[in-house]
Structures are given as structure tokens and as C-alpha cells.
Design a binder for this molecule. Sequence first.
Ligand code: CTP
Length: 440
Amino acid sequence: GLKKRYVVRLLRTRLEQRIQDILDRLGQVAQDLGLDVFAVGGFVRDLLLNKQNLDVDIVVEGDGIAFAAEFARRFDCRIRTHRKFGTAVLIFPDQFKVDVASARTEYYLEPGALPTVEHAPIKLDLYRRDFTINTLAIALNGSHFGELYDFFGAQRDLQEKAIRVLHNLSFVEDPTRVFRAIRFEQRLGFRIGVHTEQLLRSAMRMGFLDKIGGHRVWNELVLIFKEANPLPAVLRMADLDLLEYLHPDLLLEKRAKKLFANARQAIDWYRLLFTGEPCRHWLVYFLCLLTDLDDQAVASLCQRLVVAPRLQQIFTVEREAAHRATNLIFWRRMHTAPPRPSEIYDWFQPLATEVLLYAMARSNNEQVQRCLSSYFTHLRSVQCELVGSDIKQLGIAPGPIYKEIFQRLLAARLDGELVTRQDELDFVSQHYLPNKHTNE
Ligand code: CTP
């Protein structure tokens, strides 16, 4: 096992100072209340793997809520409690959060059945978890600060780079772990253990995923697609028949790899150019996954997974519109004149950024790509100079006609027909003032 001295050094050298301070204070309060308090789970896993993890999870052997309340009383932070679960969240002034849970002791605290094993509560709490690598705990209180508890072979599995469940019913108890196993495996570059993979496959075969709500499956999928590069996890899902489970037609062909790679390029391009503008990369990738499904299949998948209406709209209506627009650009280029900028604007403006990036990834036509990139870099930010009061001053009474005027002004500007403010004024006079028809 790891020497306490070594763990203390990790805590002292690899964590930001403010997190170190918080751990010290948690330990102080624990010591004063005579409670054993541990940092657990992903935080400890990532500490040993030397990966940054800002989700600090604390487990208290005893009343976690009382512990958190005392901490909040002493130090400058707010507390939010969930009595039903015996959990609390400490919220620091900079919005940094620490989750505090009570070690679940309900299993053995029957009258007369006092624990004989040392630290039975934390051990039982950790036993409920998904994979061995998530079962490490580090003691925080006083003289115990830095003691590492490894009840289930976590250090071995970290060394062997293995994702392993703690017991045979793990996937049956919580089928979302099927997705979590894949997510951790790909993120950490680990491998699901042989026995664990058998358990996973048999849980799949026996249909346990059907027992959890579609929205929970969806949440797990989103988490996978939110990883920096989801393609390996998607390929692994295919390998484990999870794509087929989602939809029978969702078979990844070879070109999926190419598509995901293109998507990544499009996303990187967008982020570099428009730093800070929102771009949900997971949506772009998800659209890539769906690329070979027809509209009806997508709609039924969305329904099964209880996807929010706005996203459903993106996956069906907006996706279709993007396909239509890019086909049109391609066709127009071949047979007639290329589309005018105002047309491109009209096609793309109603669509989510992510749908357009997906279209960019999907298209292998230079003209289509050029249209998309000119929309992003130029067209979408074009505005006309006149405002409502300018139109009013020209003597046009406010009404629905204004909307039409602004649309035409914008279109003419996009197409380069109007350049200055005076051009716009002339345009409006010419088309909307009956007494100035001289030029026509
Ligand atoms: N957990 C579990 N079963 C689940 C979800 C979570 O056993 N279905 C446990 C895991 O052991 C995990 C802990 O609850 O360590 C916290 O969950 P989460 O925050 O999702 O896990 P992290 O390991 O922190 O993962 P991430 O790095 O993605 O946040």
C-alpha cells in the first residue's frame, strides 16, 4: 500500500493551495468533533493518477450534515443540505463546492450489531460504488491526515489500468454503470476487466438497461459525448452492442471515424476563431452519430430517451434544414449561379451553431464549406445601419411593414448592394415612399 508520507506529499504538492486549505480545515473540524472524515472517490483516484479533479467528495463516519453545518459555522461558506440523503454541499464565496455525505450505516446498525471491523461505515459506503478505482479514501482528520484506505484493490487496478466492478451484481443494481465503465475506460486509457466485461455484456443481454428510464440513458450518453474526444468511447459502445441497443440502424460505418475527425476539426476551428462563444461540442458529435438515421428513426430515438424538445428540434428539424441547404448550395453551384450571400444567410441563420458545424464536418464539398465559413466569419454579424426612428423620420408609419423593410435592407447589404447609411436611406425612400418613384 501507499505510505502515508507519500500521500501527504501528493496532497501537499499536486493540489491548488485553496483546496489544500479546505482539506486542512475539514480535518480540523473532524478532529474537534471526534469524527473520522475522508476524501473519497474520483478525487482520490485522480490525485493518484496525477490528473486534475476539482470535485472534492467527502464522507463522514457519522452525521455528515452536522459536520458540514459546524464547518460552515466556523469558516466563510454557505451550506445546502439534503436531509433525505444525509448529504450537504459546502459552497465557498468563490462558488467552489465540496460535497459532504454521511457514510451509509443503515446496513449494520441494528440493535446489538455494533461494527467489529475498524472503519466499517466508510468501508460499506465505498462498497456501494461502481468500480474499484473509485473506492479509495484518504483520512483527513488530525493525526490520521493522509492515511490511504484501499479495501477493494483499487491501487492494483490503477496500476493494471483496469476498470473492475466490486461484485457480480454491480451492473444489475445500477445499469448506468455500463456507460460509466466505457467513459472511464476511454478517458483514462484503461481497459474494462475480462470478468467485468462479461458481466456488462450479460447485463445488456438480459435487458437491464430497459429497467432504467430513457432519460437516465440519455444523461449517460451526454456525459460520454462531453468527453474531449468521444470517438473511442463510441467505437467501444459499438463493440459492446450498445449502439445497436440505442437503435438497430445505428451501426457505425467506417466513415464515422472520418466524420468524427472532421467534426473535431470544425469545433477546433470555431473555438479558435470565436473564443468564448458557446459551442456545445457534444451536440456536434451526437449529430455525427445520428448521421445515417432517417428522420423517423431519430424522432423515435429522441422519444425513447426523453430528449428535451429543443434538442429534439435540433436533431430532426434543424438537421434536415441543414442537409437541404448544403445540398442546394452544391446543386446551385453545379447548375446555375452560386447562391447569393443573402440566401446563405436565410438558410443558416435559423440553425444552431452546432448543426452548422456538423454540416461543415459532413460536407466534402469546398463550395459548401466556403459558404459555411463565410456565414460564421462574416454574414451572421452583418447588420443594417438604420433603426426604427430613422424609418419613422422618413415618414413611414410604424407597423408590420418595418419588419419587411429591415429584412430587405439586410438582404441588400449582405449582397453588397448597399454600403453606406445613405444607401440605406435611398433604398427605403425608393421602395417605400410613393411620392419618390422617379427613378423607377
Ligand atoms: N457512483 C456509483 N455509481 C453511479 C454513479 C456514481 O457508484 N452510477 C459513485 C462513483 O464511485 C463515483 C462517485 O459515486 O466515484 C461520484 O460520482 P461521479 O461524480 O459521477 O464520479 P467521478 O468519479 O467524480 O467522475 P467524474 O470524474 O466524471 O466526475
